[in-house]
Design a protein around this ligand. Structure first.
Ligand SMILES: C[S@@+](CC[C@H](N)C(=O)[O-])C[C@H]1O[C@@H](n2cnc3c(N)ncnc32)[C@H](O)[C@@H]1O
Length: 283
């Protein structure tokens, strides 16, 4: 049974990193007139009302998007991300936060195609209500299996976002095994994988990075944002995005952005960031 509901975490520091990287990649794809494909393997509900009781329970967005929203002029490099948030809010008050599907829709032009997959019986209904539109296919199915079935997509350039809840450890293995199959079917696609940075006893980010670096992709970039000290037993102290086949200059854009994001979203003096190539082809 699926228990994870993203509404409890909408707009937190992990969403900020994930959606900022998603926007930088979609900006690069949208710079050419030719259409792109966007595939979301774990779409969630689409977008989130911040006054919902689940979101208000821990109000994680206050230490995430709200900090950027208050000083939008300070973030010219995140213009398209903040535009995507602004598109869902009629006033200066931050009332609604876009999930990855709503972010992608913000970039969609008539020539682009979106495919969104979600397994949860309730989330899929909300997703359908929010995202029903021409050029957007919504699938109630397992996103790992579904991805392999959709590759290669048309248009033939594009981004796959893989954002599982990682509540079961199989998710880590499935990310790697699915990407191995995806590489065979669509080696030129851009793939962005979100993962949590957890307490020492339970963290699996190292194994995930090693596994993805060993796949056939020639360029693998990894960006991490740690907002507080790592604990021994439990808790998420940050998150990362691994981008396989990153677009040109994503590394330099992230090198400028991560230190500033780290500072803005820090919860204690141990906040930090890391940007590394897990694999880089010789040029
Ligand atoms: C972290 S949330 C997605 C958030 C969304 N990508 C965003 O950024 O707004 C993960 C979602 O994956 C769904 N899910 C879990 N296992 C899945 C699977 N095997 N296939 C598709 N969706 C799944 C959960 O129901 C949940 O809605």
């Amino acid at each position: 049974m699926l228990s994870y509901r993203h509404a409890f975490h909408a707009g937190n520091h992990a969403d900020v990193l994930k959606h900022a990287v998603q926007c930088l990649i979609l900006e690069a794809l949208g710079a050419k007139d030719k259409g792109f494909s966007y595939i979301d393997t774990h779409a969630g509900a689409g977008g989130y009302a911040l006054d919902h009781e689940w979101t208000q329970k821990r109000a994680e967005y206050r230490d995430g998007i709200a900090k950027l929203w208050q000083q939008q002029e300070r973030w010219p490099e995140l213009q398209t991300y903040l535009d995507a948030v602004r598109a869902l809010n009629d006033s200066d008050e931050l009332a609604f936060y876009p999930g990855s599907p709503q972010v992608a829709r913000h970039f969609k032009r008539p020539q682009d195609r979106l495919a969104l997959m979600e397994l949860h019986n309730n989330e899929i209904d909300i997703l359908r209500d929010q995202l029903r539109q021409d050029g957007i296919a919504i699938h109630h199915r397992d996103g790992f299996e579904g991805l392999v079935g959709l590759l290669p997509p048309t248009p033939k350039r594009g981004l796959v976002l893989i954002d599982p809840p990682y509540e079961i450890k199989e998710d880590y293995q499935r990310v790697a095994s699915t990407l191995a199959k995806a590489h065979q079917r669509w080696p030129i696609g851009i793939y962005a994988v979100w993962y949590p940075l957890l307490a020492r006893a339970v963290d699996r980010s190292g194994q995930l990075k090693q596994a993805l670096a060993k796949l056939g992709f020639e360029q693998v970039l990894c960006a991490e944002l740690m907002v507080e000290q790592q604990a021994d037993d439990f808790g998420m102290y940050g998150s990362g995005m691994i981008v396989l086949n990153p677009p040109w200059q994503l590394d330099s854009k992230l090198a400028g952005l991560l230190p500033r994001l780290g500072q803005a979203l820090a919860l204690d003096g141990q906040a930090d960031w890391r940007l590394e190539w897990l694999k880089r082809a010789e040029s």
